[in-house]
Design a protein around this ligand. Structure first.
Ligand code: IMP
Length: 507
């Protein structure tokens, strides 16, 4: 539970609010997990509405850390009887949920307060396989996905051949739908090297080869058997969560947990290097059966004054530019390898690539789902101005403490376009055009040269501070600059990973 003083301030911040949401203004990995857990003490119901097991949040249970991908972070409050929901917009992977529920059970949580939308679409072996084949050497147009089958699940949803959680309860219908779903996929997969397919299907996420059939690629009976088993395990957790939430709107306190970030949204992000769901507040609300206007307050997280990105795609302010993108994109790089190669790097590096590595080490910026090193860069205001159009002005700053000892802080205030003449609707970009609000078009972003404003760092540790007035003058100046430039209001400043390392700003 929150300490009394923090609890009081949180209650004041949320006074009169019934439904709130936490989303991310960047490319994810900004600390949503901490704030879902933080607001979990306030909420009666905690619900996820987007993404799937591509998201990852670290949960501490009885002094042990677990990385959870699907069960909402509010599960920590299980003993308080709070309801946790995986909504209809989530790509639901039963194998991951079964694993997470077994961890919870082993830690004494009841599993009674978790509900799964009957309408959520299922992740099936063919989705995991297709995601991985497309990302393998044999595939074209690599996105750098997490390999959790997310894209193919949403593709099937829109192609109207998806299977839902409710189908787990009806094995006969499940089998019929599965056969229909696989028809075109088998034709497509037959064009790939059989050896690659066989090898991918041996992966532990894909039943260690149980679902493979030498002749037809998929062993349909084995899949039906496994998913029928899930139906039996989950039968008491599957329900109409959309209706449940609508019924409780305005009555119970509801917390919506976003996944990924606005810049990864399929509709508004840096397409095509995005995930497959709409990670904005509109997508999140829709993914639990609500409307964004039902949400009384949306908190958009900003990691600052550095930010990160995982996978492919433009990142104009990346420290070390292409060298960093290439290094982080090289398969197999781990935290340990970086440590062995670079040693313990401090934040006083003059070389930007090395500074990027130092920031990654200081902020533990390695993927919770994939372990990949996250690309690091300076805070980008053109992207922030773009992103807050979706989340609104209320923001939470996270991970500021990571940069405590950095001598110089750079903030990108605008871009200079350096490419050939290019039409964006009625706007014509020419060499030298200044861009204040990012245009999430890959043909534009690859030619955006950041224009920076440099601040001296605050160079003192802030983790113990609990009041906004105590923050170092230089940090206050940087925060006010960001607020003014991006038109945002600071509601919370996180000064460390723990619940209590949090400053509520009441203005
Ligand atoms: P997918 O969601 O696995 O299809 O991956 C598509 C893109 O979104 C890739 O660049 C991933 O690295 C990125 N992505 C997906 N989930 C997350 C996340 O939770 N944090 C950061 N990036 C993510």
């Amino acid at each position: 539970m929150l300490k009394t003083n923090l609890f009081k301030k949180t209650s004041e911040l949320l006074k009169g609010k019934k439904t709130i949401a936490v989303v991310c203004n960047q490319w994810g990995d900004t600390g949503k997990g901490k704030f879902v857990d933080f607001f979990g003490s306030w909420a009666d119901i905690i619900a996820r509405g987007t993404g799937g097991a591509n998201a990852g949040h670290t949960i501490r249970l009885k002094d042990k850390e677990y990385i959870f991908h699907l069960i909402p972070s509010g599960i920590l409050y299980d003993s308080k009887g709070k309801i946790n929901i995986i909504g209809s917009g989530v790509a639901f992977d039963p194998a991951v949920v079964e694993h997470e529920m077994s961890l919870l059970k082993a830690s004494g949580c009841s599993n009674k307060n978790i509900f799964f939308s009957k309408d959520a679409h299922l992740v099936l072996p063919q989705h995991l396989l297709l995601d991985r084949v497309k990302e393998s050497k044999a595939g074209l147009n690599k996105i750098g996905t997490t390999g959790r089958g997310i894209g193919p699940v949403y593709e099937d949803h829109y192609a109207r051949i998806g299977l839902t959680v409710n189908d787990l309860l009806n094995p006969k219908i499940f089998k019929e739908k599965l056969i229909r779903n696989l028809r075109e996929k088998i034709v497509l997969l037959n064009q790939y090297d059989k050896k690659v397919i066989k090898q991918i299907l041996q992966h532990e996420h894909l039943g260690c080869g149980r679902f493979y059939d030498n002749k037809n690629i998929f062993n349909i009976d084995a899949i039906v058997k496994e998913y029928t088993r899930y139906g039996k395990i989950f039968k008491n957790n599957i329900t109409d969560t959309d209706t449940y939430l609508r019924k409780n709107l305005g009555k119970k306190k509801i917390l919506l947990e976003g996944a990924q970030g606005n810049l990864l949204s399929i509709d508004h992000g840096t397409y095509p290097f995005v995930t497959a769901s709409d990670c904005t507040i509109a997508g999140l609300a829709k993914g639990v059966g609500l409307h964004e206007n039902d949400v009384d307050m949306t908190f958009g997280i900003i990691k600052a004054p550095y930010m990160t990105r995982v996978g492919e795609g433009a990142f104009p302010t990346e420290m070390g530019g292409l060298k960093s993108a290439k290094w982080c994109g090289t398969s197999g790089i781990t935290k340990k390898m970086e440590k062995d190669k670079f040693g313990d790097l401090l934040l006083d590096q003059t070389d930007e690539f090395k500074l990027g590595v130092a920031v990654r080490m200081a902020g533990y910026e390695y993927g919770a789902t994939t372990g990949r090193p996250r690309r690091t860069g300076w805070l980008d205001l053109p992207f922030l101005r773009y992103s807050v159009q979706f989340s609104g002005p209320d923001v939470i700053f996270t991970k500021i403490d990571v940069m405590d000892l950095c001598k110089e802080i750079k903030i990108c205030v605008a871009y200079e376009y350096t490419g050939p003449k290019y039409h964006v609707g009625e706007l014509i970009l020419n060499k030298g055009t200044k861009i204040n609000i990012a245009i999430p078009d890959k043909e534009v972003l690859k030619y955006c040269r950041p224009i920076y404003k440099t601040f001296s760092g605050w160079q003192t540790t802030i983790r113990k501070l609990r009041n906004v007035n105590e923050l170092p003058q230089q940090l206050k100046k940087i925060i006010s600059f960001i607020e003014k430039e991006a038109g945002v209001k600071t509601r919370i400043i996180s000064v460390g990973p723990d619940r209590d390392e949090t400053i509520i700003v009441l203005k």
